[in-house]
Ligand binder design. Sequence first.
Ligand SMILES: Cc1cc2nc3c(=O)[nH]c(=O)nc-3n(C[C@H](O)[C@H](O)[C@H](O)COP(=O)(O)O)c2cc1C
Length: 215
Amino acid sequence: MINTAAIGQFSAAFRKDFSELMRWRRDVRSFQDTPVDAAALARCLDAFKLAPSVSLTQPWRLVEIKSEGARKTVIENFKSFNASALSGADGETAQGFATQKLKGLEVAPVQYAVFSDGAATEGHVLDLSSIPQVLDYSVAAAIMQFWLALRVEGIGMGWVSRFDPAQLQADLDIAQSWKLVGYLCIGYPTADSTEPDLQTRGYETRAPELELLAR
Ligand SMILES: Cc1cc2nc3c(=O)[nH]c(=O)nc-3n(C[C@H](O)[C@H](O)[C@H](O)COP(=O)(O)O)c2cc1C
């Protein structure tokens, strides 16, 4: 029997599984405090090596936030940036978002600050005059691939973006040419769902159909 995957073809069963994978991927806000399997995490990190990037610049830079001091810095940054939401002054929705994400930052066993390196263009033929954000988009595309890879391993990820990025960069001693794209909380979820958490909580609704325009 031919191994179709070896020649870049995928079976109907795989297509079905892949569709299920996308359905079950979630932005995870609630984590078990169980350590993440190191071999599984290493397999997932390979997603970055395989990701697309403009001019193959591979501009993603990952910083694992491991030490107690670095974790504290991140949490303080998040708290001060989201102070009004966390103090209850920002409306129920914003409070809900901020409180849940704070819990993720406090519990998630693995955390990465992911940056886009503006200096990654050096040595590449690249014209940024058309869409200057292409490096950042490349990093976001790689994160998406990583997110799916994690889910295959039963690991969840929550994407946090509400920080003071300049402060975070200074506190973590990050190179000037790097720009924060996302802060990722990673661990085993306390629950799985096919529905976005914000939808389950009644804040938002996923559009049932893709609106596709034609010209
Ligand atoms: C670029 C990006 C930034 C995000 N930042 C935040 C954030 O700061 N806080 C938050 O609660 N969720 C954040 N999320 C998660 C979204 O809220 C989540 O993806 C959305 O509600 C849909 O849920 P799902 O990912 O489970 O499908 C972010 C997601 C993306 C892609």
